[in-house]
Ligand binder design. Sequence first.
Ligand code: AP5
Length: 211
Amino acid sequence: MRVVFLGPPGSGKGTQAERLSAILRISKISTGDALRESIKRGDELGRKAKVYVEKGELVPDDIILALVEQLIDEAGGRFLLDGFPRNLNQAKSLDEYLSGRDWSLDRVIYLRVDRGEIVNRLSSRRVCSQCGAVYNLIYNPPTVEGRCDKCGGALEQRRDDTEDVILRRLDVYERETAPLIAYYAERGLVEEIDGTGAVEEVFERIRRALE
Ligand code: AP5
């Protein structure tokens, strides 16, 4: 199965993609996670991407396309894409790349969440600095303040989760990424999911849509 998760920052793409990929036993490919790992390592990709990620701008397409093609190849054709494609050029490049391998997308899950809720969720998100587990101070707090339930690592705030960068990411989403909903809807691929409510409720909606 080949699935794309589409939705504004903070709509729960990462949270839901993690669950779905475990159940379907397919690879989750998150461009955001891959970029943050590279930035943390300080490798060439990370050095090129850092300034864009921290400002909430899109990383240039040539850098992203090379990264995604490598990750898709490693996944062996069964994957769930979280955070890619993010503009029309990336979507067209993905189509070309997949058709070159006689593959196509099965479904696009579009998670709909309004702007006010997004700012709330992202300003209260915390991430484990060691294992990457995601928490939320309002909706899903850790048992011990500031510590990861899974590995005890220190929780930190993402550098792009400050209010001004969140607002810039939302603008970039509206301008560059939201048009992809119509692009995929024309091909009958889009499942629009209400992304509000408990994580389990949202997951159940996604699961039913994929049946
Ligand atoms: P990326 O990491 O992809 O960030 P994003 O799209 O902004 O999405 P987020 O990770 O912020 O949110 P999410 O939808 O995954 O929500 P989550 O599940 O964490 O990209 C970061 C940057 O990398 C970009 O800005 C760009 O610079 C660059 N980049 C990445 N891909 C690129 C590409 N293709 N091209 C160019 N540049 C690229 O949930 C958010 C919070 O809400 C959490 O605290 C969570 O616990 C909570 N939550 C989740 N679900 C619920 C719920 N149902 N109820 C209450 N709280 C919930």
